[in-house]
Design a protein around this ligand. Structure first.
Ligand code: PHE
Length: 337
């Protein structure tokens, strides 16, 4: 039956149409089906010997197929030409567009923001100050005289004019007290510098300083507030411990450890097998420090603390090498989105 043959032909035509990829294939296709001796043309020629009714019906069918095909071939040709042009340009215009890559705050900035938020809730004001300091603010006013060995513990970078890169954020205690009248509560995040470099130490790192001065601030306030902060940052179940320590600008002084959040006290690489990780130094403000800013020690008492931001980020995210934070590998940074 001719009708069946035409159906078969149609199927064949559309199938091979889909496979056309180049102009030469397209030309071959055109000749095969639409050329003077092409298959559609031959069928049309055949029709002349058919009875009128069938001639009309089949003629219509074949002519529709032919014009449909001609249209499709035109757009196919355009498509192929476009692609070839793209090739010349060295780009593929059919590729989807590039999404603008959305950045993220650096993990250290994220932790600083989080800490400021926690301490703001407790009534602490966020302040910042210079990274280039004088010896007076960085050491002397903090009860670390010239001869004091604590200056060596914080070996630093001196500038030609005698100024230095601050070794801790503690000079902000002095600056904040001079600029205010008590009572006061401040936290001061920022960069600090020490001659120190290995997997756990970077010559530039971040600290946040805290200071609370009031008429009846006691050691219990220090413990309560610092324990609260640790639980906010590392989770409700976090255990903390305070060990006696020494800083020239606080008396008594402590260091606070948290139970390692990675191994829960068992000992692992992150905590150096200790089960505990030191995260901050703190203590009651030394009378000599109050003297330096002219605060009456009969009225005012206070506590101060200083903690390392990278240390917190390392524990929180299980990062073992501090340098990862400053090498700016996008893969690393993007994991903090
Ligand atoms: N400044 C000290 C340090 O960098 C930390 C500290 C701050 C200790 C405030 C006590 C009080 O090690």
């Amino acid at each position: 039956m001719i009708l069946e043959e035409i159906e078969k032909l149609k199927k064949e035509i559309w199938e091979s149409f889909e496979k056309i990829e180049s102009l030469s294939q397209l030309e071959k296709f055109r000749i095969k089906y639409l050329g003077k001796k092409g298959e559609i043309t031959s069928y049309l020629k055949l029709l002349k010997d058919f009875p009128l009714e069938e001639k009309k019906r089949l003629g219509k069918e074949l002519n529709e197929l032919k014009s449909q095909l001609e249209k499709k071939l035109k757009s196919k040709e355009r498509e192929i030409l476009f692609k070839e042009e793209d090739k010349d340009l060295g780009l593929d215009l059919t590729l989807p567009g590039r999404f603008p890559s959305v950045g993220t705050l650096h993990p250290i900035s994220q932790i600083i923001d989080e800490l400021c938020e926690i301490f703001s809730r407790l009534g602490f004001e966020v302040v910042t100050g210079p990274e280039i300091e004088t010896e007076y603010y960085n050491f002397t006013a903090l009860n670390i005289p010239d001869w004091h060995p604590a200056r060596d513990m914080q070996a630093t970078f001196y500038l030609k004019n005698g100024a230095l890169l601050r070794t801790h954020t503690s000079p902000m205690q002095i600056r904040a007290m001079l600029e205010r009248t008590p009572p006061l509560r401040i936290v001061a995040p920022g960069k600090v510098y020490r001659c120190d470099a290995d997997v756990r130490h970077s010559p530039m790192f971040h600290q946040i300083e805290g200071l609370m001065v009031d008429e009846d601030v006691s050691f219990t306030d220090l413990k309560g507030i610092l324990t609260y902060f640790a639980k906010e940052i590392f989770g409700e179940k976090t255990k903390v411990r305070f060990r006696p320590s020494y800083f020239p600008f606080t008396e008594p002084s402590v260091e606070m450890d948290i139970e390692c959040v990675i191994c829960h006290g068992k000992g692992c690489r992150v905590c150096g097998e200790a089960g505990w990780v030191e995260i901050l130094g703190a203590g009651m403000v030394h009378p000599e420090v109050f003297k330096a800013v002219n605060y009456d020690t009969n009225i005012w008492q206070g506590f101060a603390f200083g903690l390392g931001i990278e240390r917190i980020a390392m524990i929180r995210y299980g990062v073992e090498d501090i340098r990862m934070f400053f090498e700016n590998h996008l893969m690393f940074l993007q994991s903090f989105k």
